[in-house]
Design a protein around this ligand. Structure first.
Ligand code: UD1
Length: 341
């Protein structure tokens, strides 16, 4: 049976590009849009090389509603995966309006056009950041959200609520929010991966850039947390596994298998790994030594967060499968590809 077409906004981004590959490999037709505000055309070329064929791509800014309307007019699709958003927590603190404008206006445009064109399914990229500093770990989807500590986090919470309200109000509107934990790694081909601009905020890109000699030394933000080795605990999920979770969610929506009009799933491995442990694993997996030093805590960091993935395992029939060492090898292979090492 022919599968639906999926619109992927922000499809040249880190998670969007891997998800595009996974959707097409699973038999979906995909229309990718991106404005390259925080991504590069090379990501689309990488996707095409992996797939061995051209994909449908349009350079469109989702904040430009009329341009986006053109995409709806030109293409039939039942489902949108909305990735297009800014994601730097620190920058959102100093430039909140940039975040509210970009992340919410683009989202509203997508939702309004989905409604207007009677396209039923919206999959939203949410984040474990909505849990803040949870009292009980691991977090389930029922764990209460904490007040957001950054405008970035706030846009995720607001977008979840907007989707919930739309699903409640409009009969032909279905939503799934996937709450990602810490996406890491790259496609094993090393043709697509994370492309941070400037100094990376996230741990793994900073590690790989340090290994490549682009950064002198990795700073570990705090070793005095109440955790086994004093560094923070996170749930590092391979981006390929994460991409497959999107395919499972799209299957669920397009095959009309949802139990409710709006559903939320944690997408992680369910295993906590500390920052120091991750560094050691990276060194061993890749046979190299990383220069690092312990510095003070980074403001806004939670000591520990990892997922209870029971719901995604049971209901989506999805499970994280990639081995962390393979993930860390793929991250390094991607960095080497970028630097011609
Ligand atoms: C952050 C955001 C999250 C967002 C995610 C992906 C918060 C609190 N966090 O997650 O919402 O979805 O990025 O963009 O909103 N670390 C170092 N040295 C570094 C970099 C990081 O020690 O150079 C440590 C951090 O202190 C943290 C861990 O590594 O304990 C992971 O950090 P990071 O990769 O930035 O992800 P999160 O902060 O967990």
């Amino acid at each position: 049976m022919k599968k639906d077409t999926v619109l992927v906004s922000g499809g040249a981004g880190y998670i969007g590009s891997h998800t595009t590959v996974a959707l097409i490999e699973a038999g979906y037709d995909v229309v990718v849009i991106d404005n390259f505000s925080n991504s590069e055309p090379s990501a689309i070329e990488g996707v095409e090389k992996i797939l061995g064929r051209k994909i449908t791509f349009e350079q469109v800014d989702t904040c430009d509603k009329e341009a986006l309307r053109g995409v709806f007019e030109r293409h039939e699709f039942s489902t949108v995966i909305h990735f297009a958003a800014f994601k730097a927590v620190g920058e959102s603190m100093t430039e909140p309006l940039k975040y509210y404008q970009n992340n919410l206006v683009s989202y509203m445009n997508v939702l309004e056009l989905m409604k207007e064109f009677k396209r039923p399914n919206v999959l939203f990229s949410s984040s474990a950041t909505v849990y803040g500093e949870a009292e009980v770990l691991p977090v389930t989807e029922q764990t209460p959200r904490q007040p957001a500590t950054s405008p970035y986090g706030n846009t995720k919470q607001m977008a979840e609520d907007i989707l919930r309200d739309c699903c409640a109000a409009y009969p032909d509107f279905y939503g799934i929010a996937l709450r990602y934990f810490n996406p890491v790694g790259a496609h094993p081909s090393a043709l697509i991966g994370e492309l941070p601009r400037g100094v990376p905020n996230n741990l793994v890109p900073f590690i790989t850039q340090t290994a490549a000699g682009v950064r002198e030394c990795l700073s570990v933000f705090g070793n005095d947390y109440d955790t086994p080795d004093g560094s923070c605990l996170r749930d590092f999920i391979d981006v390929l596994d994460l991409a497959k979770a999107h395919v499972a969610a799209v299957d669920r929506m397009t095959q009309h298998k949802m139990d409710a009009k709006y559903e939320i799933f944690n997408i992680g491995t369910g295993r906590p790994v500390s920052v120091l442990e991750l560094i050691t694993r990276f060194e061993k997996a890749n046979g190299l030594k990383l220069p690092y030093k312990i510095v003070g805590r980074r403001s806004g960091d939670v000591p520990a967060v990892w997922a209870d993935t029971t719901l995604a395992n049971k209901v989506l029939g999805w499970k994280a499968e990639r081995d962390l060492d393979d993930t860390l090898r793929s991250a390094w292979a991607w960095e080497k590809h970028l630097r011609n090492l």
